[in-house]
Design a protein around this ligand. Structure first.
Ligand SMILES: [Zn+2]
Length: 200
């Protein structure tokens, strides 16, 4: 009999779990929210548990911090452990619902346009707002990650489903994180050593 696994766990790295108690309870304004996301993204790759990506779920009106996620692919060995999947799943676990839009008006704040996987994960999560630092080929060029074949009208597809998209929040700050990462020798776990596939 093969040894079939019956579960898997996506868990925040210890350094971030230790930080949670010292994070502010609320972060009003998308710039303050993205500044936290960018600083977590920068620390995350330096700690070695995953790529330079972080995401948070916040209350749209008050900025209340609902969940915090970072990319945990290298630390967990699970390829879907992207920052958005972590932040959305932890928010759902914390609020006890698969639909983050059922009773709350919540925003996902993330340090770039989601990859193809997280595009779907975000769309089905129930969040009503997506706030990104940027969109465009810079991420793939600077980090060599392959973000997959994203549709050109990705933002209007969100809008068509009632999800507001806010772009270019602290864009330069996000690019500085990718630049530092790209200049390092950190592992790019999805590039197969060939670099991103140019799509434009
Ligand atoms: Zn992703």
């Amino acid at each position: 009999m093969p040894q079939f696994a019956t579960s898997f766990t996506l868990e925040l790295p210890a350094w971030l779990s230790d930080e949670l108690a010292s994070l502010p309870q609320a972060l009003p304004g998308h710039e303050a929210q993205m500044t936290l996301v960018n600083s977590l993204a920068d620390r995350n790759w330096r700690e070695g548990g995953g790529g330079p990506f972080a995401a948070i779920v916040v209350d749209q009106a008050t900025g209340e911090l609902i969940s915090v996620g970072v990319n945990v692919v290298l630390g967990t060995g699970i390829s879907s452990g992207h920052a958005e999947v972590m932040a959305l799943g932890l928010a759902q676990a914390s609020l006890g619902t698969w639909d983050l839009g059922a009773e709350r008006d919540l925003a996902l704040v993330v340090n770039w346009r989601p990859c193809v996987q997280c595009y779907g994960a975000t769309m089905w999560s129930g969040v009503k707002h997506l706030v990104v630092a940027g969109d465009g080929p810079e991420l793939e060029r600077l980090t060599r990650f392959d973000e997959g074949p994203m549709v050109a009208d990705w933002a209007s597809q969100f809008e068509a489903r009632g999800i507001e998209v806010v772009q270019d929040v602290c864009r330069e700050q996000a690019l500085a994180v990718y630049e530092a990462y790209g200049a390092s020798t950190a592992t790019v776990y999805n590039a197969r050593g060939q670099g991103a596939i140019e799509s434009d």
